[in-house]
Design a binder for this molecule. Structure first.
Ligand code: CTP
Ligand code: MG
Length: 214
């Protein structure tokens, strides 16, 4: 698949967590360092994107750049330092420190001439309903058929030129695949890993600590 680089986004503020979760200690190392190391398993170079006031450390990456106000803007900041000869970019949330080398390999291997993107996806296990209204007035509108739904994780791998084009005009989405999908390109959903938690609140860090226990 040619030259592979990774962009690890760690430029968020951790509003729901209560602090910058990417710098929290997990089994003795910072969350972002776990994520950078996992990305290294497939990437020749790793770019880490951090808040503008946190660029003095390397976090184990090859390049450190300041992020933007949204996740998509932070990914763009990372893409800006990519060499022109990079063929594949793997984008990964620093907030998923338990992503395994096998997941990184699976998304990179899923790319081919007809597949511009590959994401990690896991089946939805809970019943999903559409609701309307707020507070005591909130009521169910419909129960959604979950058989065709998946929950999406990072890492996500892309043909570099396609991801650049998808991010072209300051586009915004909650993941990069959504931008590539809107170009009409094919994105494959490979099997993710339920252990690949995203740290959202401190409870998730406590669970991650348990999962890492010998
Ligand atoms: N991220 C980023 N730049 C932003 C916002 C998010 O690089 N402006 C990164 C986060 O650091 C995280 C990943 O994108 O690794 C996924 O975002 P999320 O889990 O939402 O983290 P935060 O935005 O920091 O958390 P919150 O939404 O609770 O503020
Ligand atoms: Mg966020």
């Amino acid at each position: 698949m040619g030259r592979v680089w990774a962009v690890v986004v760690a430029g968020g503020s951790g509003e729901r967590y209560g602090e910058r979760k990417q710098f929290a200690l997990l089994a003795g190392r910072r969350v972002v360092e776990w994520s950078v190391e996992a990305a290294r398993s497939v990437a020749e170079k790793v770019v880490v994107v951090v808040p503008a006031d946190a660029t003095t450390d390397s976090y184990g990456a090859d390049f450190v750049v300041a992020g933007g106000p949204t996740r998509s803007a932070s990914v763009r900041a990372g893409l800006a330092v990519l060499g022109p000869d990079v063929d594949v970019v793997v984008v990964h949330d620093a907030a998923r420190p338990l992503a395994t080398p096998a997941l990184f390999k699976a998304v990179v291997d899923a790319l081919d001439a007809d597949t511009a993107g590959a994401i990690c996806a896991v089946a939805v296990t809970e019943t999903i309903k559409a609701v309307e209204g707020v507070g005591p007035a909130r009521r169910v509108r419909a129960t959604v058929d979950r058989s065709a739904l998946v929950s999406v994780q990072t890492p996500q791998a892309f043909v570099a030129s396609v991801l650049r084009e998808a991010h072209g005009e300051g586009a915004e989405a909650t993941d990069d695949a959504a931008l590539v999908e809107s170009l009409g390109a094919t994105v494959r959903a490979v099997e993710g890993d339920p252990r690949n938690l995203k740290l959202t609140t401190p409870l998730d860090l406590a669970i991650a600590e348990q999962l890492l226990r010998p």
